[in-house]
Write a protein that binds this ligand. Structure first.
Ligand code: XMP
Length: 224
């Protein structure tokens, strides 16, 4: 399975029911779900975590943590108690008493640590992409389980893959931000993260099925 569904409920819906409804309709098609700040801020991590109880795939808290190590570690302890088994943090906080502390805590809790090294929006080239080598070296030192790299710039995915053969690459930017299903997988990503193209569709299950089918066809083409 190569699909992670991003759950970012719009304003004006019950965030828990909205997440539950999409989760129940797509749980057998997706490797996991990524829940971002809009849901967690409104409903709280524990109510959102409840939705995924019993699911054995990835339940990723996308808080893009960027604090000192001790506070990120404290945050991840609370997330783990709410049922999250993966967390996204920024690599730019550095290793020493930053990702090193977080990484140790994640290992202790059995939570997968995913670090952001480049982002899918155009502003990523203004700062982050210029220091991507350094961000990759932080990921390497912290032995992160995964990294986030943008499907909108497959050359960046290819670059990260060339530097880190063992890391899982999670790529957002498919659909609403313009990348096509399979673009990032063909560049070396392990999973594509798709949000609105699935969650805002009138039939999320069918939309997710179509994404997976397109991924499969793209992989066939690029491997041929
Ligand atoms: P859409 O609706 O655009 O949702 O398919 C994409 C999801 O992915 C998140 N996102 C990112 N997360 N680095 C990240 O860590 C990125 O470069 C990035 N780009 C998009 C976004 O928050 C949404 O949940």
């Amino acid at each position: 399975l190569t699909l992670i569904i991003a759950l970012d409920p719009p304003t004006g819906v019950d965030p828990v029911e909205w997440c539950r409804s999409i989760f129940e309709r797509t749980r057998d098609i997706a490797t996991g779900f990524k829940i971002g700040l809009p849901a967690i801020v409104e409903a709280g991590a524990s109510r959102i975590g409840e939705v995924f109880r019993g699911f054995d795939g990835l339940v990723i808290a996308d808080l893009k943590l960027a604090d000192i190590g001790d506070i990120m570690a404290l945050t991840v302890e609370k997330l783990a108690r709410c049922g999250f088994n993966a967390v996204i943090a920024h690599a730019f906080v550095g290793y020493e008493r930053g990702l090193s502390t977080l990484s140790e805590k994640c290992r202790e809790l059995g939570v997968k640590l995913v670090a952001v090294v480049s982002m899918s929006h155009p502003g990523s080239v203004e700062v982050m992409d210029g220091v991507v080598e350094k961000l990759i070296s932080v990921v390497e030192r912290a032995r992160c389980w995964g990294v986030v790299a943008p499907a909108t710039r497959p050359e960046m995915v290819r670059f990260v893959r060339s530097r880190l053969s063992w890391v899982k690459i999670l790529s957002p930017g498919v659909g609403a931000q313009g990348a096509r299903p399979g673009d990032a997988l063909c560049a070396g990503a392990d999973y594509e993260i798709v949000g609105r193209a699935i969650t805002r569709s009138s039939d999320p299950r069918e939309a997710a099925r179509r994404v997976v089918e397109e991924q499969r066809r793209a992989l066939e083409r690029c491997r041929a």
